[in-house]
Design a binder for this molecule. Structure first.
Ligand SMILES: [Zn+2]
Ligand SMILES: [Zn+2]
Length: 243
């Protein structure tokens, strides 16, 4: 997502009274483009972070002369107290341009979570989530929980779609599958196979470690691990083999 900065009209973006901007560039924008409105995107000093204000979806883009602005558009620009002539003077001073210059007029709508309607937090704006079954939609972290599971070792949420290479088995269904961390050798790997299939299923799991004390599978006999916990196990096992 591209950032667009509003250093002079930060308050109007925050309170959402501004829905139009005029820029000298930005000719490449198209209706439907999604942008992150920031306080300041460029010229950040070392250690300074981008302040994200809102996510916006472009509704229309057109080129027109700067001095073609109407009183109605001064309101949409977030400066209702200025008349068109005053707006033009202010713009020319800030951008060092002539009143007859062509500008890109961009109009947008504000985008909130598509599921619950809550505005996004700065953190959510920085790494927005889209549901796998509806990639055009943007949803908040809480609504995205539906597509995640809590890692049974560290409790961090992880994408449902990741590949499992290790699982935690917490209940012993038979003596061949005592509780522990198992490497998945193939699918399916469930510890509760249909009657008579035990050997077939169990062959797909290899016990590699004891269960860590803090395993929480929320009452299930098997628990999924987040990618970083899986990587830790893979690295630990590779390390122990080298020794
Ligand atoms: Zn939501
Ligand atoms: Zn984890």
């Amino acid at each position: 997502m591209r950032n667009i900065s509003f250093s002079l009209t930060t308050a109007q973006i925050r309170n959402r009274t501004k829905t139009v901007t005029r820029r000298l560039g930005w000719r490449f924008l198209k209706p439907g483009d999604v942008l992150c409105a920031c306080e300041k995107c460029q010229g950040l000093k070392k250690g300074e972070t981008v302040h994200r204000l809102a996510i916006v979806r472009v509704l229309s883009v057109r080129r027109e002369r700067l001095d073609a602005i109407t009183p109605g558009d001064c309101v949409k620009e977030g400066v209702p107290d200025l008349c068109p002539a005053e707006f033009v003077v202010m713009f020319c001073r800030a951008m060092r341009c002539r009143r007859s210059v062509d500008v890109t007029r961009i109009e947008w709508e504000y985008v909130d979570c598509n599921r619950c309607g809550r505005p996004f937090t700065e953190e959510e704006m920085a790494s927005p989530h889209s549901p796998p079954d509806w990639p055009g939609e943007m949803i908040c972290d809480e609504c995205y929980r539906e597509y995640e599971f809590p890692c049974c070792l560290c409790g961090e949420y992880e994408d449902d779609g990741i590949a499992d290479t290790f699982v935690a088995v917490t209940e012993a269904y038979d003596k061949e599958l005592p509780p522990g961390i198992y490497r998945i050798l193939g699918n399916p790997f469930y510890p509760t196979p249909p009657l008579g299939c035990e050997t077939l299923f169990n062959r797909n799991l290899e016990r590699v470690a004891d269960l860590p004390g803090h395993t929480d599978t929320q009452g299930f006999a098997i628990g999924r691990l987040c990618l970083s916990c899986q990587r830790e196990f893979a690295a630990g096992l590779a390390g122990s083999k080298d020794r």
